[in-house]
Design a protein around this ligand. Structure first.
Ligand code: SF4
Ligand code: SF4
Length: 472
């Protein structure tokens, strides 16, 4: 039985409910009246159920699809303005005991180079990331209780937060590690992590079990219930994601939204972020082996549908996607992107020789952070290195209620301008600095409150004089 409040994976991600949802969406894909009523509800910015959003995803009426895209764009503008938050992944170790068929870190892959960073090597990686200008990281590690026990992850987080190189600092460490126990989530919380991110990969249980033949990750229920345990362990911000291409995208989409509804129903707060990766080439992985690949058009539609269904949830896109695809989906709802990323272990300090490849996937966007910052600004976006909410204790329901009250706008724009100013002052190329300074001047006038504007003006001057880390 489908029950969003249940703590059992198969009840809150219920297979029959998903199948019913897909049939319902199919039956109504040209039902103008219903689609109009769903779009009307979405325009109230209160989100949509998995069933309603699935009808929009299936919709075959071109004019209604255009309305959907326009609405996604409007929601993006109203909630996130033109800001795009920047982050980078940091791979700690690619040792892994699991057998995931879509990832080159699976334990049977004997020719990929296995690496694990020492604390000394982590320091060097973090300094390299700080020297690029990054403030926000996503930690990545395979699951291996011997090589990468939780103690190693905790020690690494401590190391990362302790490094202050020149004006650099990593101010928020998000963590993407294997499903674990409530006790371990408590320890991660105590270590000061930002968001705990865990991708479901696929919500289809049978497919999940096929794709995860061995290792602890093969337990579908344990994996699917991990975000609940993280919340029980005190982590307020959790991130969801599926790997599009493994199963039918419509199935995954419904499952993803049911998962969001479950978190909201049980904990009163939905996911902090949703990531939308697609299967892509890697060491011994050929995406063509998976039958469910989605076109760029459908990918854009998924992004738009997620945006209207969960307006308060940040959406993340990585360098798995090319410049052109990123360009296409940014305005439809993506709020965070990675830049200057390396997906190999130890890749920031020095490039890896080809015979020592340890990358999890091939990048489709190889530009530097400076190039990405400039590209964003030239398209009219405001790159932000803001980490303020988490550091001000605005997490979980406090973050969501701030978001829902509309007050978040009094924080985000000033914080984006001040953190961009830090970036321009400390790390940018001349061209980027020039474009960025103009952008800051222009956007100062968008700060609604005179008082806040004058505080920001004063702080921008202080940043030029070497003072860092202002925030609202
Ligand atoms: S997806 Fe994660 S758990 Fe699976 S093989 Fe890759 S690193 Fe290991
Ligand atoms: S103020 Fe909060 S919501 Fe806004 S960009 Fe910063 S961290 Fe994100």
């Amino acid at each position: 039985m489908y029950n969003p409040k249940s703590m059992k994976a198969e009840e809150f991600i219920n297979h029959e409910e998903i199948l019913d949802t897909l049939s319902f969406a199919d039956e109504h894909k040209t039902d103008r009246e219903l689609i109009d009523s769903i779009l009307k509800k979405a325009r109230e910015y209160k989100g949509l159920s998995h069933r309603e959003a699935s009808v929009l995803l299936a919709c075959e009426l071109p004019d209604k699809n255009q309305e959907l895209y326009a609405l996604a764009e409007q929601i993006k503008k109203d909630f996130y303005g033109n800001r795009i938050v920047m982050f980078a992944p940091l791979y700690l170790s690619n040792y892994c005991v699991n057998g995931c068929l879509y990832c080159p870190y699976h334990y049977k892959n004997k020719h990929i180079a296995r690496k694990k960073l020492t604390q000394e090597e982590i320091k060097k990686e973090v300094i390299a990331l700080q020297d690029m200008g990054h403030k926000r990281l996503a930690l990545e590690a395979g699951e291996d209780p011997v090589n990468n026990p939780l103690e190693y992850i905790l020690e690494s987080i401590k190391t990362i937060y302790s490094i202050k190189h020149k004006n650099g600092a990593i101010r928020r460490v998000n963590v993407n590690i294997a499903a674990t126990t409530v006790e371990n989530y408590k320890k991660l919380k105590e270590a000061g992590i930002g968001t705990y991110i865990l991708f479901q990969e696929t919500y289809h249980k049978e497919t999940y079990e096929h794709l995860h033949p061995t290792g602890p990750k093969s337990n579908y229920n344990y994996h699917t219930e991990a975000h609940d345990r993280a919340m029980q362990g005190g982590i307020d911000d959790v991130g969801l994601g599926v790997l599009f291409g493994l199963e039918l995208y419509r199935y995954e989409f419904a499952g993803l939204l049911m998962h969001a509804e479950h978190l909201e129903a049980v904990f009163g707060v939905g996911p902090h972020t949703i990531s939308v990766p697609r299967v892509c080439p890697a060491d011994d992985i050929d995406p063509d082996e998976f039958d469910n690949g989605i076109s760029d058009d459908m990918f854009a539609k998924i992004v738009a549908c997620i945006r209207v269904a969960v307006p308060y949830t940040g959406m993340i896109i990585s360098t798995r996607e090319s410049k052109s695809v990123r360009e296409r989906v940014l305005h439809l709802g993506v709020s965070q992107i990675s830049g200057g990323s390396k997906t190999s272990v130890g890749g920031y300090c020095q490039p890896e020789p080809e015979e020592e490849n340890s990358a999890q996937f091939e990048l489709s966007d190889n530009r530097t952070l400076d190039e990405i910052v400039l590209w964003l600004m030239e398209m009219g976006y405001l790159p932000s290195f803001c980490t303020a909410c988490y550091r001000e204790g605005r997490t979980g329901d406090r973050f969501m209620s701030l978001c829902k009250s509309g007050q978040i706008h009094n924080c985000c724009l000033p914080n984006a301008l001040m953190t961009l100013k830090e970036y321009l002052t400390d790390y940018a190329s001349d061209k980027t600095r020039e474009v960025g300074e103009e952008l800051i001047n222009r956007q100062m006038t968008d700060i609604p409150s005179d008082k806040v504007r004058s505080i920001v003006k004063e702080r921008l001057g202080k940043i030029e004089n070497g003072i860092r880390d202002f925030r609202f």
